[in-house]
Design a protein around this ligand. Structure first.
Ligand code: HEM
Length: 459
């Protein structure tokens, strides 16, 4: 069925290439052995075949919206148990995608983000107060996740999750990660011998987490029932009808969307912030330039926070973020299917039922396009350098109509947090720390600690 591509190791009967994939860290293991196999390769797990694309050239073809569209590989299809036809997991032709997309676009315009700015600032200030109270070493990923979850729930649902009042992350995080992990594992089992039995077992083991997540979603909705406010994301979903058709989202779909935004809208940005702080802590010249920029724009008071209009002015800090998302795209992949039977790269056949997974971690380090791809160099994102590169060599937010709706939200939040943090603190990392990556729903640094000391700014 379909064309064969290079694969790693010895393929075994029944399990296929399972032996070369670490089931706990599938993406990390493919990032390791993938580059040996060339620009396109495959992996067979039980009877399911996965095709991966590693080169910028093939990615550019797959990003052509006239020929290709978003695909839902098994791991994403499995999430439909929780997120149904919510924005991220909807099939391209499902009517609720178009409806939700059109209703929610206004929640991500520049003027909408301007209205979220004060909340983003207040939430970042709370994180800084929390650090000042705590002192000592801070688990960067844990604290960035507190920050981004709280920013999202406050701006999107007008809900305070109390992330800074306890040391542990909100229990929702653990329950959600476990529930979605189960979904991902089930995705891998669909074609396994005894797979149905194992899937039912996983569901039973997961029931408690699922119930907790469900009850939390119901609370979020109930807290707003009868409230005509239409300013935040939840208000739009509950109270706004489509201007032309008069249609509204159903309660079930709203629930799917809330889960989708909770998941898509926080760990992604948290990882991006954490990787940026990791690379800055390892690259003193980059850190010094970023701090000089923060000082120049924010002035002598280390506790100053940026105004909305100042955020786009942190051009170097933005490049530091872009470069961290190049080396470690926190959403590690997206999948594409052809609209008609076609051929990519001159000789790789793809039929409409086939899909290929774009592995951003490899595309963003494709040596054909990036010199010294493992070196952290924010100036790759100077506009003169961007112009020299072919299109679609850097796609951390996906591509086309199904690309990230929250991109501007994430960039605004991340840049304002980095600028105010670097203005306020000096970073001290453990000199022996070796970057380790945790493969959760997204990719995040693991066991990366920073201690922070107040800066004295001499402007
Ligand atoms: C879709 C990355 C932040 C909401 C996507 C996709 C990528 C992505 C790659 C496309 C996936 C695909 O093609 O299958 C990121 C990264 C982020 C980020 C790297 C942060 C650095 C956010 C935020 C929100 C959000 C803050 C919401 C507030 C969504 C939604 C979709 C999506 C709803 C599905 C869009 C659709 O299919 O219509 N994101 N994202 N993301 N993202 Fe993000």
């Amino acid at each position: 069925s379909g064309q064969r591509f290079p694969h790693a190791g010895t393929r075994r009967p029944l399990i296929g290439d399972l032996g070369v994939s670490d089931p706990r860290n599938p993406v990390l293991s493919i990032l390791e052995w993938g580059p040996r196999l060339g620009p396109i390769f495959e992996m067979q797990i039980f009877r399911q075949k996965f095709v991966f694309v590693a080169s910028a050239e093939l990615t550019a073809e797959l990003c052509d919206e006239n020929r290709f569209c978003k695909a839902l590989p098994p791991a994403i299809t499995a999430l439909r148990q929780y997120a149904g036809d919510g924005l991220f997991t909807a099939r391209n032709d499902e009517p609720n995608w178009q409806l939700a997309h059109e209703l929610l676009i206004p929640a991500f315009t520049k003027s909408a983000i301007r209205s979220y700015h004060p909340t983003m600032i207040a939430t970042a200030s709370e994180l800084f107060d929390y650090w000042d109270r705590r002192g000592g070493d801070n688990d960067v990923t844990r604290d960035m996740t507190k920050l981004t979850l709280e920013t999202l729930t406050r701006t999107a649902f007008s809900q305070d999750f109390g992330s800074f009042s306890s040391a542990q992350p909100h229990p929702f995080i653990g329950a959600m990660i476990r529930a979605l992990e189960t979904g991902r594992r089930k995705g891998g089992l669909a074609t396994a011998p005894g797979g149905r039995f194992l899937m039912r077992y996983l569901d039973r083991r997961n029931a408690e987490h699922q119930e907790y997540v469900d009850s939390l979603l119901d609370e979020v909705i109930a807290s707003r029932a009868g409230d005509p406010n239409r300013d935040d994301l939840l208000g739009i979903m509950l109270n706004v009808a489509h201007p032309e058709t008069g249609e509204q989202l159903s309660m079930l779909n709203i629930r799917y969307q809330i889960l989708t935004f909770l998941v898509a809208g926080h760990e992604t940005t948290s990882g991006a912030l954490s990787f940026t702080l990791y690379y800055l802590s390892q690259n003193p010249e980059c850190l010094a330039r970023a701090q000089a920029e923060a000082d120049e724009i924010l002035g002598a008071d280390p506790t100053a926070m940026p105004e909305f209009e100042q955020v786009p002015k942190f051009r170097y800090i933005r490049r530091c973020l872009d470069e961290a998302l190049r080396i470690w795209p926190t959403v590690p992949a997206f999948a594409r299917s052809p609209r008609e039977d076609t051929v990519i790269g001159g000789d790789h056949r793809m039929r409409t039922q086939d899909w290929a997974i774009v592995l951003l971690g490899l595309v963003h380090r494709d040596p054909q396009v990036w010199t010294d791809p493992d070196v952290y160099d924010p100036d790759r994102f100077l506009s003169a350098n961007i112009k020299k590169r072919p299109a679609h060599t850097y796609q951390p937010f996906g591509t086309g109509v199904r690309s990230c709706i929250g991109r501007q939200f994430a960039l605004h939040e991340a840049v304002l947090v980095l600028a105010s943090l670097l203005h306020r603190y000096d970073l001290h990392a453990d000199p022996d720390y070796q970057l380790a990556v945790d493969e959760r729903l997204t990719m995040v640094p693991k066991n990366f600690y920073l201690s922070l000391s107040e800066r004295r700014v001499t402007a």
